[in-house]
Design a protein around this ligand. Structure first.
Ligand code: SF4
Ligand code: SF4
Length: 229
């Protein structure tokens, strides 16, 4: 059974579950099974929480980070269920279902689905950057065979000559090169150096053995525009 506008119905479900941004992307060049439509879901971190992380992660940021991850899991689970109820195949890419390799990569990164869905681009600091919220978003996704109307993908960076994240990074992980869709992450970003610095900062600021920093989120001019509004 097909509803008249399954895409709008899906968006309604996702926004009711707290989504800030939703986009549909064509993944046919990236996946080998029949679920070639990607649904990217972003939830913005509240501006007041972002204002607290200028010098590194705070308890508010830590709690919000995990609270939003739970919201995203619920949203994509509900979205996938909605699609299945309407006769389609769908799989929610919840945190627990995504497998990371030893070098902390996943087969289909949330950020890749987001760029294919036109939600944002990959910044010099390897975070997804959106025009609405900067990099102050958490992401999730689902995949489906539902014939959704896909957005124009974003293939190139809008960072321009900005170097704010490179200057703020305590791990010197940001090379300064502009991303495009054909680049591997290591061509413009040193993930191991980011991880090391973020773990040290989380230990210092939160006394926790986790990877959490946020300095590049805070300084991004697109984030600054969001928190100023
Ligand atoms: S999260 Fe921290 S360490 Fe990693 S790139 Fe951003 S500023 Fe650098
Ligand atoms: S701080 Fe500047 S260079 Fe870094 S992601 Fe944001 S816009 Fe891009």
């Amino acid at each position: 059974m097909k509803v008249p506008d399954i895409g709008q119905g899906l968006k309604n479900v996702l926004f009711q579950h707290g989504a800030s941004l939703v986009g549909f992307g064509d993944l046919s060049n990236l996946v080998s099974d029949g679920q070639t439509y990607g649904v990217s879901v972003a939830i913005a971190v509240p501006a007041a929480v972002i204002r607290s992380i200028e010098y590194g992660p705070t308890p508010e940021y830590y709690h919000e980070y995990y609270r939003i991850n739970d919201l995203l899991d619920d949203a994509v689970t509900a979205g996938a269920e909605y699609l299945r109820q309407n006769g389609c195949e769908a799989k929610a890419m919840t945190c627990g279902s995504v497998v990371e390799s030893d070098d902390h990569r996943t087969a289909l990164p949330y950020k890749t689905v987001a760029t294919r869905a036109g939600i944002g681009w990959i910044g010099k600091c390897a975070l997804l950057v959106t025009k609405e919220y900067g990099s102050a978003v958490r992401l999730s996704a689902l995949v489906t065979n539902a014939p959704l109307a896909c957005a124009k993908p974003i293939d190139e960076s809008f960072c321009g000559s900005c170097t704010a994240c490179a200057a703020a990074c305590p791990g010197k992980a940001v090379s300064g090169k502009l991303w495009n869709k054909d680049m591997d992450r290591e061509e413009f970003f040193h993930a191991a150096d980011c991880r090391k610095a973020a773990r040290m900062l989380a230990k210092e600021k939160l006394n926790k053995e986790i990877t959490l920093c946020g300095k590049c989120v805070f300084v991004c001019p697109y984030t600054q525009k969001y928190i100023a509004e």
